[in-house]
Write a protein that binds this ligand. Structure first.
Ligand SMILES: NC(=O)c1ccc[n+]([C@@H]2O[C@H](COP(=O)([O-])OP(=O)(O)OC[C@H]3O[C@@H](n4cnc5c(N)ncnc54)[C@H](OP(=O)(O)O)[C@@H]3O)[C@@H](O)[C@H]2O)c1
Length: 240
């Protein structure tokens, strides 16, 4: 895929120290953007900054409204924001922990709203916001209802805010199974076996790389007439 340069564009990635967010920050930097990465763990962020060189950092939990406003306060004019932060929250509705279920929504939905309220005043009415949904919106899994509801909320937020914040553009990316540190933490040594099994089930017979989801996010940033879109990068998984 050939992507337009992002010279003189300030791109902010919330959840930029790992996986899809890091891949997007890396690609944006390669395309000439001025990049700011925001996430919770300072050590991880600093390691990544050393690796990339010349990126701005801020520490914040995006579920914490005050912390997100503080992280955005000193940033210069923003052109594009990608909200990658989020994670998988499991738990059967009858037996799981209410605190975990609340966390799923507090992060992906309210976290995205906090980012919108902190970022948009710095965007001069143009540019783009991209949220992260996921395969679970179309293919919910028993025992992970809260994640499915949260990803659906992020995707619907993009459609609703595309009207409310226009002409600023608002989209979502919906990744399928993507090989990132999130799965190292959840599946550990089983990861490759599980991934190979899933790959045999999907139409294109392989799963996405984080860099491929990142390309889709950059496409959304660069596409001046695409708004209210949910771009699926899932090897066709939602269809089978
Ligand atoms: N990988 C997949 O298969 C897949 C599939 C569908 C959807 N997704 C979604 O895609 C997004 C990226 O996933 P990934 O696989 O790249 O995960 P990842 O490797 O675990 O990266 C998540 C990033 O978000 C940050 N983060 C997490 N919670 C945060 C919070 N409350 N506030 C601020 N930063 C936070 C993490 O850093 P800190 O922990 O230091 O804060 C990290 O930089 C997530 O929303 C995930 O749910 C992933």
């Amino acid at each position: 895929m050939s992507l337009h340069p992002l010279n003189n564009q300030h791109v902010v990635i919330v959840g930029g120290s790992s996986g899809i967010g890091l891949a997007t920050g890396t690609l944006a930097k390669q395309l000439g953007a001025d990049v700011t990465l925001i996430s919770r763990e300072a050590t991880k962020l600093k390691q990544v900054a050393t690796q990339l060189g010349g990126v701005r950092l801020a520490i914040a939990d995006f579920a914490d409204e005050a912390a997100i406003h503080a992280a955005f306060a000193d940033l210069p004019t923003i052109h594009h924001v990608y909200v990658a932060a989020g994670g998988f929250v499991g738990g059967n509705v009858l037996e799981g922990s209410m605190a975990d279920f609340r966390r799923a929504i507090d992060t992906r939905l309210w976290g995205s709203v906090h980012v919108v309220r902190a970022a948009v005043p710095k965007m001069n009415g143009t540019g783009s916001l991209t949220f992260t949904g996921g395969l679970s919106t179309d293919r919910p899994v028993a025992g992970a209802w809260a994640t499915a509801v949260a990803t659906a909320a992020a995707e619907q937020l993009a459609r609703a805010l595309a009207l409310e914040l226009a002409p600023l553009r608002v989209n979502a990316v919906s990744p399928g199974w993507t090989d990132t540190p999130m799965w190292d933490n959840i599946l550990g040594a089983e990861k490759q076996t599980v991934f190979s099994g899933v790959a045999t089930q999907v139409p294109v017979k392989r799963l996405s790389l984080a860099t491929e989801v990142a390309q889709a996010v950059i496409f959304l940033m660069n596409s001046a007439t695409v708004t209210g879109e949910v771009l699926h990068v899932d090897s066709g998984h939602r269809l089978v």
